[in-house]
Design a protein around this ligand. Structure first.
Ligand code: NAD
Length: 473
């Protein structure tokens, strides 16, 4: 299918959600139109020698907005990559960054290949060539546009990108900040790997702590004892399940592509992951009941359902049978607009992807700051804080005559490591974003759902940026 034929599908759907929310804002038509459009679209073809053949590779980078710089967004390697999808994902990045107060504008990139068909050496050649194409057109740089991983890419590809960039920009002192999601040894930050799943946990926990919202859903407040179903035991699903279990919830069912497992007393995701590694499947996990399909698992009784695998898994067909009271969209686009309407009518709370899975970009922001500051988080303050804490504790011990020992002593004295600070920054970000969205929803009861409320928050922030730039009075 050509790019022209695919135009106005996914991107069209994003525009539709935007228009639905724009009605609840005060911005004039011209400004709204400027926010909606993709500012710069770069479609490229380049040759790469694979074996003894020349292959022409098709790739994209879209910068949706320039209201802040740099632009930010992942790079996808998949055969399904097309211009419409990249434009839609770039637009979503603008709104996502605005919601979580990360000072970037949205972008997205993609290479239309099946990464499984290539050797690591061939993938490296493709990634490095793509990077040099971006450099040639000034579409990458720590102050211009900063990619990150997405489907089909990870730390390895980010390491190739930063190495290519640094070697073509000799002497550029902030070169490490040209891409995020790098391995820690190449300028990455601790906590990035689990960031999205942890952000999902922090976001839903904050909603669970709102008595008014829980009252409407007929649920008690707090994470403790809530029943959770997770679809997808990949990066996001695994970590979401882990943090919910550690937070006191019962993860009663975990679904994978070939079936699901159920245990009313809870499933340990780490043991299940190990079982999957050894047997190639989640099925037949000790002490749990095997469920034939992933789709069946979605329809089981639970308090919180977390789709963390694919898009469009909950739609007009199965939404009426879903029994969860809260759906936390950890994946990108797991619900169709038809499902949204059904849940709004049923009074199910849908916590939208656009903000709930923003943990990755939030911690990417911390990585970029680390790269620009050229210092590891915690390096300057860890020992200082520990000395202060020790002195305070010793004063208290001297005045009370009681000695604090063991684990509690260590916890009181402990100065922050990089991961502690990253977790703390992510927690603050997700709590603030949840409250801002809920406040916007409360302020205008005409807003039909939390997704629209999230768009309203995003549009208002991007609109304010443009207005402050003086482009629109
Ligand atoms: P992943 O590839 O690590 O995990 C996906 C998992 O889903 C795999 O284990 C796969 O086997 C499983 N799966 C596939 N089909 C399934 C099905 N029908 N039922 C149940 N499980 C199925 O990917 P990920 O990084 O965890 O991303 C998952 C989703 O979260 C995607 O939509 C992605 O765009 C989104 N997301 C990821 C991040 C991130 O930081 N990784 C950030 C934001 C959004």
């Amino acid at each position: 299918m050509s790019d022209q034929q695919q135009q106005y599908s996914f991107f069209g759907a994003v525009e539709k959600s935007f228009d639905k929310a724009a009605k609840f804002t005060k911005w004039d038509k011209g400004l709204l139109e400027q926010i909606k459009q993709c500012n710069a679209v770069y479609r490229m073809h380049f040759p790469v020698k694979i074996g003894d053949q020349i292959e022409v590779i098709k790739a994209y980078r879209v910068q949706h907005s320039h209201h802040k710089l740099p632009c930010k967004g992942g790079i996808r390697f998949a055969t399904s990559v097309n211009l419409d999808e990249v434009m839609a994902l770039a637009a979503l990045m603008t709104y996502k960054c605005a919601i979580v107060n990360v000072p970037f504008a949205g972008a997205k990139g993609g290479i239309s290949i099946d990464p499984k068909k290539y050797t690591p050496y061939e993938l490296e050649k493709i990634t490095r060539r793509y990077t040099s194409e971006l450099i040639k057109k000034n579409f990458i740089g720590p102050g211009i546009d900063v990619p990150a991983p997405d489907y089909g890419t990870g730390e390895r590809e980010m390491a190739w990108i930063v190495d290519t960039y640094a070697s073509m920009r000799p002497g550029e002192i902030d070169a490490l900040g040209c891409v995020t999601g790098k391995p820690v040894t190449q300028g990455g930050v601790r906590g990035r790997r689990e960031a999205t799943g942890l952000g999902v946990f922090y976001g839903i926990r904050e909603v669970l702590n709102m008595p008014e919202v829980m009252g409407k859903l007929g649920l008690s407040t707090g994470v403790e004892g809530k029943t959770v179903i997770v679809q997808g035991l990949g990066n996001v699903g695994f970590h979401a399940a882990k943090f919910f279990r550690e937070g006191g919830a019962k993860v009663i069912c975990i679904a994978e592509h070939d079936g699901a497992v159920y245990n009313a007393d809870g499933i340990n995701e780490t043991d299940l992951f190990e079982h999957k590694k050894q047997t190639g499947s989640v099925r037949n996990f000790a002490g749990a009941k095997t469920i034939a399909t992933s789709n069946e698992a979605l329809e089981l009784e639970c308090d919180i359902l977390i789709p963390a695998a694919l898009e469009n898994v909950i739609n007009g067909e199965n939404a009426p049978r879903i029994k969860a009271k809260i759906i936390g969209e950890a994946a990108n686009g797991p619900l169709t607009p038809e499902a949204d309407e059904i849940f709004a009518a049923k009074g199910v709370l849908v916590v939208p992807d656009m903000y709930l899975n923003a943990g990755g970009v939030t911690v990417s922001y911390f990585e970029w700051l680390k790269n620009l500051s050229h210092v590891r988080y915690g390096r300057m303050e860890k020992r200082f804080t520990e000395n202060q804490n020790r002195q305070m504790l010793e004063q208290v011990e001297a005045s009370t005559g009681k000695k604090v020992t063991g684990k509690i002593r260590q916890e009181i004295i402990h100065g922050p490591e990089e991961a502690d600070l990253v977790y703390s920054g992510l927690e603050e970000t997700m709590i603030t974003a949840t409250r801002e969205i809920m406040d916007a929803w409360k302020a205008n009861p005409g807003i039909p759902d939390m997704r629209t409320a999230a768009y309203v928050v995003a549009i208002n922030k991007v609109g304010t940026s443009y207005a402050e730039l003086g482009i629109f009075p």
